[in-house]
Design a protein around this ligand. Structure first.
Ligand code: ZN
Ligand code: ZN
Length: 249
């Protein structure tokens, strides 16, 4: 079916069978391709007079971030070049990220990924990643079907960017706590330091890698995985997370 006919068909179906908003389940969704209502959409990505740090994706006050970073990341080492997120981990976006972790909620993870893609389409394309790698989970979490969100996000992004996803290059061989539940920076560092392992692979050798997580707190997890990938031959590492936790959030 050509694009015109497929658009016509989906608009017709939206008129005849309007779907409920995927998040509040109260109002009709805007479109079957954007299955949320206008109110939820505005709350997910609020606009205001703030800037986003290009280095750590923190939401900061106007004119406090430049190419060296922002007050939150200056002096912090990251082995990834840049990171983009959909927004700050707070309000409806935080609630939705928690929901996206639950089994069978991959539609929510996919929706958040498409929104992130729309927001950063050019930057993501400019990075020209050869491979996408989701931040792995320990086998115990996989067995209990806890948080597969990074995998769903990686696969959706892979389709949008037409880039292959590789899951077995990095593994989590020891359990860890969720980073956003730990408030102390040093404890967060210890929590992720020795839990991941990367393997030499032709898929990462001299390649540009895009690593993917659902929530970035201080960036420790993304930094450690980027470091491991580089130690195993990756040329450049960029990062994506749906939400950026800051301070109390
Ligand atoms: Zn809604
Ligand atoms: Zn920053």
């Amino acid at each position: 079916m050509n694009v015109f006919l497929s658009t016509l068909k989906s608009e017709f179906l939206d008129l005849v069978f309007p779907v409920d908003c995927l998040l509040c389940r109260e109002q009709p969704a805007l479109h079957s391709h954007t299955p949320v209502c206008g109110t939820c959409l505005t709350q997910l990505t609020p606009t205001g007079s703030f800037d986003t740090c290009l280095r750590c994706a923190a939401t900061v006050g106007p004119y406090t971030a430049d190419e060296t970073g922002c007050p939150l990341c200056r002096g912090v080492t990251y082995d990834f070049e840049e990171v983009v997120t959909l927004g700050r981990y707070q309000g409806l976006l935080a609630q939705t990220c928690v929901n996206a972790k639950k089994p069978r909620n991959h539609a929510i993870a996919r929706l958040l990924t498409r929104m992130l893609f729309e927001k950063h389409r050019q930057r993501l394309r400019d990075w020209s990643a050869d491979v996408i790698i989701p931040i792995p989970n320990h086998w115990w979490k996989r067995l209990r079907r806890e948080n597969s969100a990074p995998i769903w996000i990686a696969h959706e992004l892979g389709q949008l960017l037409k880039t292959p996803v590789r899951r077995r290059v990095v593994i989590q061989h020891k359990p860890s706590q969720d980073q956003h539940n730990i408030k102390d920076v040093l404890q967060r560092r210890r929590n992720v330091r020795h839990v991941y392992k990367a393997f030499p692979s032709k898929h990462i050798q001299d390649r540009t890698i895009l690593i993917v997580d659902d929530i970035m707190t201080s960036g420790e997890t993304l930094h450690h995985v980027a470091k491991l990938l580089k130690a195993n031959g990756a040329h450049t590492v960029y990062a994506v997370a749906i939400a950026r936790g800051q301070g109390k959030t």
